[in-house]
Design a protein around this ligand. Structure first.
Ligand code: TXA
Ligand code: MG
Length: 344
């Protein structure tokens, strides 16, 4: 199959909409990352998503809608009042909420779960495509399973070339990390995956917001996670990644020492550092993560992809405080490093 990359003008969006209606897959820009979309209510189309990604069948998909009314078809029971307030505050936007599954949503979409994840994306191309296709669209991130999520059409093409007919090129993604996955089925909203909407923002609307303990650590071997996505190694570059945490100068010293040791062993090391800290690394091979946590969210996945392009076999990364958008950044970096973190 030839994969075309098209500017999302009206004709391209109509073509994408007909692919969706006919059960095929489309690469879709969203404000978080690029998604691999298909008709969420068509089990065969959904099966094709799992095949194209190489994704385990028990890892559920997020269902994307364009208007609030569409949610009634997807969930069972009423929308809880807290979810209504959150939707008012953050939809359209990078927030996914989990509800009891409505009967029309195939179990294949929810990975066999009796809950369903729903999000209303903010990106105009994603919204127009949902409207024009007349279907709720199931869309995981558009990477092959285990790879960093794509934040440009070119990254999505790297992973999906020959597997899908069309990618709509909406430019680079504004947020850069995926949506916050929030479980709304318990008494207090609980973050299963930190993302574009922060814990602090959610707590300001709902009064309280828990963060699942598995967000910042590896799962124990016998542990059953609240979100199947937590089980799988994610975002991982080919090289071995270690994260350094501590005071700025000590981190730089420790990274320089580890880098020089790796070099003397004949390895190809790479440093991921905040823009302002780059001078601390002298002439060493160093990739910028941007100026602050928000910029880091935008660059973290492309930095991990670049590390592969540069064939780095050991990677040393700085960190940011795990608060605000920094929690999402540290969750992605932590998982990419299999939580190999050095406190210095
Ligand atoms: O920003 C995003 O959320 C992007 C864009 C394309 O919308 N999508 C995305 O989808 O990141 P995906 O499939 O890569 O990640 C969805 C995560 C997975 O970790 C999955 O396990 C979790 O959400 N999830 C989905 N449905 C769930 C459910 N019913 N219960 C618990 N976790 C769920
Ligand atoms: Mg993903």
């Amino acid at each position: 199959m030839i994969t075309r990359v098209m500017k999302p003008d009206a004709a391209a969006i109509e073509e994408a909409a007909s692919h969706i209606r006919e059960g095929r897959l489309v690469g879709i820009p969203t404000e978080t990352v690029y998604g691999l979309g298909a008709d969420a209510l068509n089990p065969d189309a959904v099966r094709a998503i799992f095949e194209a990604k190489g994704r385990p069948g028990d890892n559920p998909l997020i269902v994307h809608i364009a208007r609030m009314e569409e949610i009634a078809d997807l969930i069972s029971g009423e929308i809880p009042p807290a979810a209504r307030r959150l939707a008012q505050a953050f939809w359209p936007g990078p927030l996914t909420m989990i509800f009891p599954r409505g009967e029309r949503v195939p179990l294949r979409t929810t990975g066999g779960l009796e809950t369903v994840a729903v999000r209303m994306p903010a990106h105009p191309v994603a919204r127009t495509l949902i409207e024009r296709s007349g279907r709720p669209i199931a869309a995981p991130s558009g990477n092959r399973s285990g790879r960093p999520s794509p934040t440009t059409a070119a990254h999505m093409l790297q992973d999906m070339d020959g597997r899908i007919p069309l990618i709509l090129d909406g430019g680079p993604c504004e947020v850069g990390v995926e949506s916050t996955v929030l479980d709304m089925t318990g008494p207090v909203p609980r973050i299963l995956r930190p993302g574009g909407v922060t814990r602090e923002q959610i707590a300001a609307v709902c009064g309280a917001c828990e963060v699942d303990s598995a967000v910042m650590r590896p799962l124990r071997e016998d542990e059953r996670p609240r979100s199947p996505g937590m089980k799988y190694r994610h975002y991982a570059p080919a090289g071995a990644l270690t994260i350094y945490r501590g005071a700025r100068m000590r981190v730089a010293e420790a990274i320089c020492a580890a880098y020089d040791a790796a070099l003397s062993e004949g390895k190809r090391p790479l440093i991921l550092a905040l823009e302002g800290n780059r001078p601390l690394y002298g002439g060493r091979n160093c990739e910028s993560l941007g100026a602050d946590a928000r910029a880091m969210a935008q660059t973290v996945f492309s930095a991990l992809r670049d590390a592969d392009e540069k064939r780095a076999d050991v990677i040393f990364s700085e960190s940011v405080e795990a608060e605000g958008i920094g929690l999402a950044v540290m969750n992605r970096l932590g998982r990419a490093a299999a939580f190999h973190i050095e406190e210095v």
